[in-house]
Design a protein around this ligand. Structure first.
Ligand SMILES: [Zn+2]
Length: 309
């Protein structure tokens, strides 16, 4: 089962998935952004064509990774899902300093988890719209995870255990992901419920190998920000290490940026389907591998396994 903004769907209905994208982001600090900071009608007018273009390219599901206090917008996403016909998945969880409300710094993991579990069970605020995953960030200080992000990580583990939702964790660098693995091990938490977001930020693939062999998902999610050749080389090496069944690809594209005229400079969501996939085919990558990266793997990563336990 997968929870979308319009309700539950089965794993087989996901189709082609881009697991890490943004429709709306607001770089407003300390949890101060409200829905009055942007015009929902304008966001829809500007973002809908990008989503229609994505649907026309064959994608079925977009996972929207903007957390609360950073522009999470459940009503907007539900409306865009209806209008575009795409499945859209939103999240619970919190991002990182300075995009946290002041109370987060003074709240325990248990109490943060209580807020997120409530959203997973009852919906976000009074919308009835439920999250399909947990989005957090593990900002680091000298390779280690900073204290407030440790609290957030522990809250994510508690929430995942209780709800079955997978975790997408913004994690820059291999040392930070190794630190996260220690937390998972201490908690006896299943690493296959954890997605290493921005894994392509780390060039040393020994970290990816360790994380993937432990069971983590390795998300190569800035496709389009660098020459295709670089991402292809990284994927080819990881596949060569036998890690195909741990890999996810996405673009971290979009988004309507709150406060900028017409949402600023928006990156389309079709770079992978219209550019990178043809590039992979030219390199001789088999269709079955492309389908595993874009259909089977994200379905396995995002599936809520609670109902199977
Ligand atoms: Zn992102």
């Amino acid at each position: 089962m997968i929870q979308t903004v319009l309700g539950e769907i089965s794993k087989d209905e996901l189709g082609i998935v881009i697991p890490h994208e943004h429709i709306l982001v607001g770089f407003i600090e300390d949890g101060k952004m409200t829905r009055d900071d942007y015009d929902r009608g304008e966001v829809i007018r500007i973002m809908l064509p990008y989503l229609m273009q994505l649907a026309a390219a064959g994608c079925r599901t977009l996972t929207e990774c903007t957390p609360e206090f950073f522009g999470r917008a459940p009503y907007l996403l539900a409306e865009l899902s209806e209008l575009s016909g795409l499945h859209i998945i939103t999240n619970t969880g919190y991002y990182q300093k300075p995009y946290l409300a002041p109370f987060v710094y003074e709240t325990s993991s248990e109490d943060l988890a209580r807020i997120w579990i409530k959203e997973a069970l009852e919906g976000i605020e009074s919308s009835g719209i439920k999250p399909g995953f947990i989005k957090i960030a593990l900002s680091n200080t000298n390779g280690g995870i900073s204290p407030v992000q440790q609290t957030i990580l522990k809250a994510a583990l508690l929430t995942s255990r209780e709800t079955g939702l997978p975790i997408q964790a913004h994690t820059i660098g291999g040392e930070t992901v190794m630190h996260a693995l220690e937390f998972l091990a201490r908690d006896n938490f299943e690493p296959s419920r954890f997605i290493w977001v921005h894994a392509d930020s780390e060039p040393d693939l020994t970290y990816h190998k360790k994380a993937a062999l432990a069971g983590m998902w390795i998300e190569i999610d800035s496709i389009g920000y660098r020459p295709f050749e670089e991402h292809y080389a990284m994927l080819e090496k990881l596949i060569g290490m036998g890690l195909l069944n741990r890999l996810l690809i996405s673009q971290d594209a979009g988004w309507y940026c709150v406060g900028e005229k017409n949402g600023g400079n928006i990156k389309p969501f079709t770079t992978i389907l219209e550019g990178f996939v043809p590039f992979l085919r030219e390199k001789g990558i088999a269709q079955s591998i492309i389908e595993q990266l874009m259909i089977a793997n994200p379905a396995n990563a995002l599936e809520n396994r609670k109902d199977r336990l």
